[in-house]
Design a protein around this ligand. Sequence first.
Ligand code: TAP
Length: 486
Amino acid sequence: MVATSPPVPPDWDYAPAPESADVVSIAPRYGLFIGGEFVPPADGGSFATLNPATEESLSEVAQAGEQDVDRAVAAARAAYEGAWGAAPGRDRAKYLYRIARVIQERAREFAVLESLDNGKPIRESRDVDIPLAAAHFFYYAGWADKLEHAGFGPGPRPLGVAGQVIPWNFPLLMAAWKLAPALAAGNTCVLKPAETTPLTALLLAEVIGEAGLPPGTVNVLTGDGATGQALVAHPGVDKIAFTGSTEVGKEIQRAVAGTGKKLTLELGGKGANVVFDDAPLDQAVEGIVNGIFFNQGHVCCAGSRLLVQESVADSVLDRLKRRLGTLRLGDPLDKNTDIGAINSRQQLDKITELSAAGEQEGAQRWSPACSLPGRGYWFPPTVFSGVSQAHRIAQEEIFGPVLSVLTFRTPEEAVAKANNTPYGLSAGIWTEKGSRIFWMAQRLRAGVIWANTYNRFDPASPFGGFQESGFGREGGRHGLAGYLDA
Ligand code: TAP
């Protein structure tokens, strides 16, 4: 008999599958979108927007100042008192449908541009951000001519001019969350995208121009925090909608107090993903990974605190580490990439600082073996075990690919720990018992609770927070309320 050696497992790896950057044409310089056309900023200021995966400049973008905010608000007011204000709901619906269709037609271009400017994996921009952005316009197109029947009483009226300030983590999607309900309700808009991710908002402005919306209905002002501040303070704005950090949200709340402007705030979070011992553990591990490593953890509703029942904690942690060893970090345009680049140097510094604090406070830090590219902003998927509730990494929003693991013994303890944060945006529950899901959901203080899944979004479903996570809801019928005087 011939002796055979045990089969050697093949060293499978994925061949690179890069999406081509040639599908987008990025202009060397962009103006502001005011009154239906791209115009230079009044004082000629500009700044560079970078590709965070390479630190190379993608384009020079206009820096809007107070005069530009004035012009944009005046254009939005004129459209509100003119063609857009006069358009019946059925016509507004047609425009929204048209925007949705063009986003779908140009989806590949939008996805590549989003990954270039933000650093997120193309798989996510292609399969999540862009389809969901189109879905929001489709969804709110359906409401535009049915506002009378939306449950806000007879004759709900738009508010007027909406000033909308958005963050960099889902640039196009956040723009869609803001614009679609505002336009469906009959308002006109001035949108301020984040400084580090202006390009898809500018492409959307082009699409809005193509879709033929009356000039001034949507205006896009690129700029930094000062531009956002000027927009919030402008007396010609009737409504402020803000998504971003709790710190800036509080500042905006103070600025708006006493002005009569309507305000909605979508702020930070420190979501608890709670895994019970009867949960399907492999499925739960997928949910944990999706909960915190999706979009490099730059997700306000991320499941950044894993609460796992003590009896299965070791098993869950082992499976999680094995699974993290299979994640691929690198070129955001490679279709095989799971973890892309961190959006900015500033955000990388914040993640690095909070992770160092986790170690100093005594938690155990672990990352899979993975090499980081030499240029750009990168952070490996990181898990902290042995975290106690007082640790900064259990209390503060890291907004990066960092998971803090805590344990519990009883459902009561799980609820107490999950609620022990100043935030209240999201939570996840993993158990096979339906009754336990309901019991937990009644007690968790979070605006969005997922059961046996995580980070699922649908335009028909309202989203928003409690406490320091803000107020008001976006999405669904509820999302119209913030844009109607009802
Ligand atoms: P922020 O620094 O708050 O920035 C958000 C937006 O506000 C940006 O466009 C920013 O401009 C602008 N801004 C900055 N200072 C301002 C001021 N004083 N007045 C008016 N606007 C101002 O947040 P970020 O770092 O971009 O985003 C991360 C945060 O957003 C996280 O805390 C995350 O949890 C939260 N977030 C929440 C949600 C929801 S739905 N709750 C969704 C996504 C993100 P610049 O870009 O120039 O700074």
